[in-house]
Design a protein around this ligand. Structure first.
Ligand SMILES: [Zn+2]
Length: 318
């Protein structure tokens, strides 16, 4: 059922976008095949089979988990506001999860950054009534052919309905459902398009993919990310996150300040160790073999990025 529904849609979209001579020339048949087998295609193909859970947080804010990055949802009579859209293939389960929260229509979608596990559902949510707001660079990357080396994948431009209709550069504040929602752009960290979303009344803070709770983070050097940017963003988050705040990571369980401190120490500690060994002339393979992150590998290395991937991401930036 999943395969029948999902694969033809992805393929159709890809073929349609790749029909321009430029993109075809860029990819070539070998790369087309490689992409079909890669992480991005697999994630999209299996999205419909993932379980989407609903967790009520505080006030009228909840989080949906599964089917892509974490999705924050604000409900109320002005209509639902979502932070992130998940995979397109998760649409049926996300629809059910949203309906279980309230009958309010979907009005607003905010993209925390441009990555496909947060924006793949943009098109259907827009068709369901959501205006899309994001950082300028999210619109830029969704509008053009964008290569992500870390995923060995070249994304064609997203369909027109998936492109954010409104963008901002530094900060933006919204008022919806009696709640203030403060958006702020990070200096380049995970990508160059990351924003934080603070529901100020409920004091709930969505940190985009600057924070992965319990999984080694992906760092997208192809669109502006770096390990140093990730550490700087986490330090900036820690200046704002209080003991009472509820913290939503881009991936992983809902957290508080304690987990964010642990994450900062993990990133900063690993960066220092990798940098020291690289300075001594050690190769990436030698540094991976040193098992610098052995204490956290069983838990943190079981997700999107293996321990080796994480070390490679850090190595690239020091
Ligand atoms: Zn991401």
């Amino acid at each position: 059922m999943t395969t029948k529904l999902d694969v033809p849609i992805s393929r159709r979209r890809f073929v349609a976008s790749a029909s321009s001579a430029t993109v075809l020339a860029l990819l070539g048949p070998r790369k087309l095949f490689a992409q079909k087998e890669g992480l991005v295609q697999t994630a999209r193909r299996t999205a419909a089979a993932e379980t989407v859970t609903v967790q009520k947080l505080r006030g009228n804010v909840s989080v949906l988990m599964g089917g892509g990055g974490n999705i924050a949802v604000l409900t109320g009579r002005d209509g639902k506001l979502l932070v992130d859209a998940g995979f397109a293939g998760a649409r049926p389960k996300i629809t059910d999860a949203l309906a279980s929260l309230s009958p309010d229509p979907i009005k607003q979608l905010i993209n925390s950054h441009w990555h496909f596990d947060h924006t793949d559902g943009n098109e259907w949510l827009h068709s369901a009534g959501a205006a899309i707001l994001a950082h300028t660079n999210t619109r830029k990357h969704l509008s053009t052919t964008t290569r992500v080396e870390g995923w060995n994948f070249t994304f064609p431009p997203a369909p027109a309905g998936a492109i954010p209709g409104a963008v901002f550069d530094d900060e933006r504040t919204l008022q919806l459902n009696g709640t203030r929602i403060a958006l702020e752009h990070y200096a380049p960290a995970h990508t160059d398009s990351d924003i934080s979303v603070h529901f100020t009344d409920a004091d709930i803070f969505h940190l985009a993919d600057t924070f992965w709770n319990g999984y080694y983070p992906f760092i997208d050097y192809s669109t502006g990310g770096s390990i140093d940017g990730m550490i700087r963003a986490t330090e900036a988050n820690l200046t704002k996150v209080t003991g009472e705040m509820i913290v939503i990571p881009g991936h992983g369980e809902v957290a508080d300040r304690t987990q964010l401190v642990f994450y900062r120490d993990l990133l900063a500690g690993t960066r220092e160790k990798v940098a020291a060994l690289k300075k001594q002339g050690k190769s990436l393979d030698e540094i991976v073999a040193a098992k610098l992150t052995a204490a956290t590998d069983a838990k943190w290395g079981s997700g999107f990025r293996s321990p080796k991937d994480f070390i490679a991401d850090v190595f690239q930036g020091v």
